[in-house]
Design a protein around this ligand. Sequence first.
Ligand code: NAD
Length: 468
Amino acid sequence: MESYTLIINGRAVRTAATAEVRNPATGGIVGHMPLASPADLELAIEVAANAFHSWKSVPDAERAEACRRVAAVIEANAEDLARLLTLEQGKPLGGLGSRFEIGGAVAWTRHTAELRLPVEVLQDGPDGRVEVHRKPLGVVASITPWNWPVMIACWHIIPAIRTGNTVVIKPSPNTPLSTIRLVALMNEVLPPGVVNVVAGTNEIGALMTSDPRVAKVTFTGSTATGRRVMAGAAETLKRLTLELGGNDAGIVLPGADPKAIVEGLFWGAFINNGQTCAALKRLYVHDSLYEEVCRHLAAYAANVPMGDGLDETSALGPLQNRMQFDIVSRYVEEAKAKGGRVLTGGQAVERQGYFYPITLVADVDHGCDLVDKEQFGPALPIIRYHDVEEVIRKANDSPFGLGGSVWSADPDQARAVAARLDCGSVWINRHGAIQPNAPFGGVKQSGFGVEFAADGLKEFTSVQTVFC
Ligand code: NAD
């Protein structure tokens, strides 16, 4: 079984301690991850700080070219990366699984390579010239979750290095191997020290957030950990981008066509088994269509095969870890106890691995965890509503504000409702579709800061105003 290493200054660094990484579909060992010590982290940050001195002065066009090279090397190794990702994360190779994720990583990297932050001229006249320049920040600490580990790593790393920063990334201990492999590939085409990976326990993440040599933390993960990251960064006043949890509402308006929307609703909720930050996590359906939408969703779910991700016929895999499996099981049990009507699933599958079936629970409302909290798994509550004002109030009645969606045959009505949802992204007749040219981020306790497009790039820079 392969033993993976840290990568610091372009070199493999072995650690005294390692841990097993297991396949969530079979329980088998995928490989051994390195467990970085505080001294390993120290070294990685020092190396990244040294590399920053030269990388920040590399001409913009050369940094763009370096990002193009990164896209090419990921693409050339896409199938190997996809297989490793499936083994440790559980998602299927095909469909919206590992190949899709690696393809997304390549697409985001390519797009970001072509972004520019040119000098802005605010004034140029008899009273003088005023320019706004964008400067890199320094060492960026990237902390990532286990649901889309490779794509999210690229969302953090590429805009950081594109703008002249250097990076130390700490992947989730649940899925560290694909990120280590990704960083190894990046180091084939980047100068040493620009991107380093330090895998380890949560404590290593905590140390990153308080290290005075780190200029910025870009964090994607749960809201609870986001609070700790913010507290850790407070002493040294680091810049932060926090992409946190969500509990996205989808609203089906009267007059929508259930047949036409069922596929979008299903994959909006169940992409990656619901283990997606901006997945549809609460579905509100108007009384006039309620039973019909429930029926169509249950019929669609019956034809979606779940199995080992390496099996090319699987459209969904297992949950990634025991903790998430237990959360989903508990929330569904509570919803049932509170009168929820299970349309499909609702009971853990008797087989090896963290398999939980696609579960649709009707006749539930606020006041149970499946509706109020982030389930992050394959269980969708379907809530009946009677009037549009009531449903807007309920959709906004959440501490989260990541995404939301409105489903309707009337575009004007859909836009009017969408405008009243308190969330960072809102979709009409689809859910969760993100793209590299559109800013993405949360409001309320889903975090702050945005990723993607020029707005996302700016988050890795500071402004210097030049008065000439
Ligand atoms: P998590 O918060 O448990 O862990 C995320 C990362 O933080 C891991 O690398 C972990 O090791 C590290 N960490 C843990 N404690 C830390 C500490 N005290 N200081 C610094 N780092 C620490 O999240 P998870 O379970 O891996 O991911 C699932 C969550 O991520 C969900 O809530 C999901 O909604 C969210 N998420 C959000 C987005 C988004 O863009 N908003 C995207 C993906 C996932």
